[in-house]
Design a binder for this molecule. Structure first.
Ligand SMILES: [Zn+2]
Length: 395
């Protein structure tokens, strides 16, 4: 297993949908237009990462005022690199002619409603931050990303990637990077970075499942199902339930995600393989969710939410995350030991907990006295977990 190395104290800076590894591969393709777009994306990404590294991020102080309610703004860059661009639509405006603007606004709203209705969260920072999105960013640029302050979407090259704003789970994924930035602040490198990516996939997929009213057995567990252009041999960017099977294409190569610690990829690329090794915690979540059953956000998602927002810190690795999810399962559901058992078994099945560790974790059911301070928030989350009608509203 790798490590908890700290790189200049950076938390989640620019969190991109498309890993640099894929873009660098495309930049060497024989198609000059595709190679040019990918190379340009790599260059712009590097410059933005350097810029973001100078900024401090983190949650507002607990005493800061909380604004309630949904606030959204969408800007259009019209192919320029200047952020945020020109105003295109805000909260009270009717739909406009540009579908990318409407999709960015609608999907940001659905993501906000998911976090608000299920977890009582007021926006990504918990204090009512306006959800700002810019569409049509730059030209020949192949990515979507959260830059620490807002969402940014390009249109894709049309040959490999398209319609970044059309995939709800992609927008849920990117906005969850904002939630992580304001809570656990997981370092965007190695195992903490892979957890950062995994939490975004987990909650991005859950936003989509919630919007569709799907059970864990009905969910497709795909990330980016609609963003691969026609002709690309693949079903999505990632398959949480079957890591390593999302695509196998002459241009993109083969999906490299592992689903078990024995296949963990030690690499310097992609910030230590953050988009690759995330397959391991992704599969742990899917296995836990399927073992527990029902709708992912009701129990399993709640355990992962409390873990992300209350238990993890910047350098958390897979083992820490596994142990904390088991601990949270015990605290949220003290009357049902089978839930903690199923969470522990899921982490054992992907090789993060050994089977004996999983058994010990699940058997030790008494909540630690040191967690007394978290009891009130756990109680509030449990209260919020009571069944209620789901209301879907799109702006
Ligand atoms: Zn991401």
């Amino acid at each position: 297993m790798t490590n908890n190395r700290c790189f200049a104290g950076l938390v989640c800076d620019c969190c991109y949908l498309i890993p640099l590894r894929l873009l660098e591969r495309l930049s060497g393709s024989g198609d000059p237009n595709l190679a040019s777009a990918a190379a340009r994306t790599v260059r712009l990404t590097a410059s933005m990462q350097a810029f973001r590294a100078q900024l401090s991020t983190g949650a507002p102080p607990p005493t800061a005022a909380v604004r309630t309610g949904l606030r959204r703004q969408v800007f259009t860059c019209s192919g320029f690199d200047d952020l945020p661009g020109d105003p295109a639509r805000s909260e009270s405006d009717p739909a406009v002619a540009d579908p990318a603007v409407n999709q960015a606004l609608d999907h940001a709203g659905t993501t906000w409603e998911f976090y608000n209705q299920i977890f009582k969260r007021e926006s990504v920072d918990g204090h009512g931050k306006t959800l700002t999105s810019s569409v049509h960013y730059s030209q020949n640029y192949d990515n979507a990303f959260w830059n620490g302050q807002q969402m940014v979407y390009d249109d894709g090259d049309g040959r490999v990637f398209q319609n970044f704003t059309n995939a709800l789970e992609v927008i849920g994924h990117e906005l969850t990077h904002g939630v992580t930035q304001f809570t656990a602040q997981l370092l965007y490198r190695d195992q903490p970075g892979a957890l950062n990516e995994s939490f975004s996939d987990v909650f991005g997929s859950m936003v989509k499942q919630w919007s569709l009213g799907q059970s864990v057995d009905e969910a497709d567990w795909l990330i980016g199902a609609g963003i691969l252009a026609p002709g690309v041999k693949g079903k999505a960017l990632r398959d949480m339930a079957n890591p390593g099977t999302a695509y196998d294409d002459p241009l993109l190569g083969k999906d490299p995600q592992p689903g078990h610690m024995k296949d963990y990829v030690d690499t310097a690329d992609d910030n230590g393989g953050v988009h690759t090794n995330s397959g391991i915690p992704n599969l742990a979540f899917v296995l836990a969710a399927k073992a527990i059953g029902g709708r992912a956000w009701d129990v399993t998602g709640r355990i992962w939410y409390v873990t992300l927002t209350e238990r993890l810190t910047a350098q958390a690795d897979f083992l820490k995350c596994a142990n904390e999810t088991v601990s949270v399962a015990r605290d949220l559901y003290p009357q049902d030991a089978s839930i903690a058992n199923r969470v522990a078994k899921a982490w054992a099945d992907v090789g993060v907990l050994s089977a004996p560790d999983a058994a010990v974790s699940a058997i030790a059911l008494a909540p630690a006295a040191s967690r007394a301070g978290a009891a009130s928030s756990v109680a509030a989350i449990a209260e919020a977990a009571k069944p209620r009608r789901r209301k879907s509203k799109k702006g």
